[in-house]
Design a protein around this ligand. Structure first.
Ligand SMILES: NC(=O)c1ccc[n+]([C@@H]2O[C@H](COP(=O)([O-])OP(=O)(O)OC[C@H]3O[C@@H](n4cnc5c(N)ncnc54)[C@H](O)[C@@H]3O)[C@@H](O)[C@H]2O)c1
Length: 340
């Protein structure tokens, strides 16, 4: 079986490739990635050149490039991780989000249809449901929660979901969708909360926390997300959406305090900065469907996963130091007004 993984040089895609090569040694993995600022070939060092793995630098928005990939590789399944994924960047420059996340997905769907691909899995996000109030802990997102997006990022992901479902309904494309909560783990780009705070704390720099840090996210260890996608590929029902979440709601400020405490750094490093525009208050996923239908349950407890993750950034300084010495440095200066 050949699985085409798009966006595999990014955070979750690379972890998914490692998971698949480990759990399904007979599987051939073809990774397509445009290597945008968020994609790092060094992340894939451990699998480069290995039998059963091929990396192709290509843009999912390019029909010609995708036609070539599908003709050469004839994938049995596609798992689409490729996306612009950072909400702050989407607020500053929405167009690239619409182009990659919507048009890029449609280019892949067309290629999958033309080549009779047996399974197309779209990796989506809980952000398509909008947000929940702080004072209603009983409310959780289910697969039937109406789409109600807040940012250009989430609007682009919701649009892509609708296009995937339309290709299933209209053309019979065998597609599935997963909508996952916030992931954390190794190889996450340093602009996201947990690596950003860890790396800044390690470097004794300010930790910029939005507003008062009260926004709540449901955190899932990346390996658990990868296992969920693997299960959906194997046993998920065609045309269905599956929510994936850890039942692990945390306020941003509590995560930041935990990181400081684990690294033995002072709380005085925290700097509250102006809140994100339209900042979603709370996300919380109800994963009952994937549990009941596919038997999925998160395996890594947050208390263990967060320590593993912080320690990974401590032990893999070279990986993130190479990143922050590049384009990310000017983005950071623009965003937070200080040099990294
Ligand atoms: N990170 C999370 O917490 C989270 C949660 C739920 C869902 N998701 C979804 O999971 C997917 C992966 O997220 P991530 O955090 O790994 O993102 P990421 O930003 O780390 O990686 C995205 C990858 O896609 C590649 N890419 C971007 N544009 C491309 C294009 N036009 N053609 C080919 N490749 C391109 C990038 O080079 C990068 O390697 C995204 O679709 C995201 O919406 C992420």
């Amino acid at each position: 079986m050949t699985v085409l993984v798009t966006g595999g040089a990014g955070f979750i895609g690379s972890n998914f490739i490692f998971h698949m090569l480990q759990e399904h040694p007979d599987c051939r993995i073809v990774c397509v990635d445009a290597l945008t600022y968020a994609g790092n070939l060094s992340t894939l060092d451990s699998v480069m050149g290995r039998d059963g793995f091929r990396f192709i630098k290509a843009d999912i928005r390019s029909k010609e490039a995708m036609e070539k990939v599908f003709s050469e590789e004839k994938p049995d399944a596609v798992v689409n991780f490729a996306a612009e994924s950072h909400v702050d960047r989407s607020i500053e420059n929405p167009s690239i989000f619409l182009e990659t996340n919507i048009i890029g997905t449609q280019v892949l769907l067309d290629a999958a249809l033309r080549h009779g691909t047996a399974r197309f899995h779209q990796v989506s996000t809980d952000e398509v449901y909008g947000d929940l109030p702080f004072d209603r802990p009983d409310l959780l997102f289910t697969e039937d929660t109406p789409l109600h997006t807040s940012s250009p990022y989430s609007a682009s992901k919701a649009s892509a979901d609708l296009v995937v479902l339309a290709y299933h309904r209209t053309y019979g494309l065998p597609a599935t969708i997963s909508r996952c909560s916030n992931n954390y783990g190794p190889y996450q780009f340093p602009e996201k909360l947990i690596p950003l705070m860890t790396i800044n704390a390690l470097s004794d720099r300010h930790l910029p926390v939005y507003g008062e840090g009260l926004n709540v996210r449901d955190w899932l260890y990346v390996e658990d997300h990868c296992k969920a996608i693997d299960l959906i590929l194997q046993k998920g029902r065609i045309g269905e959406v599956y929510n994936v979440g850890g039942h692990n709601e945390m306020r941003n400020i509590d995560i930041v305090l935990l990181i400081l405490s684990h690294l033995g750094k002072p709380e005085s490093l925290i700097e509250f900065v102006q809140d994100r525009k339209g900042h979603d208050r709370r996300y919380a996923i109800d994963p009952t469907k994937i549990h009941d239908e596919l038997g999925w349950l998160p395996e890594t407890r947050f208390a263990d996963g967060i320590v593993k993750t912080i320690d990974w950034y401590v032990e893999n300084r070279r990986w993130w130091q190479e990143i922050i010495s590049g384009e990310y440095r000017s983005y950071y200066r623009h965003r937070y007004g200080e040099t990294i």
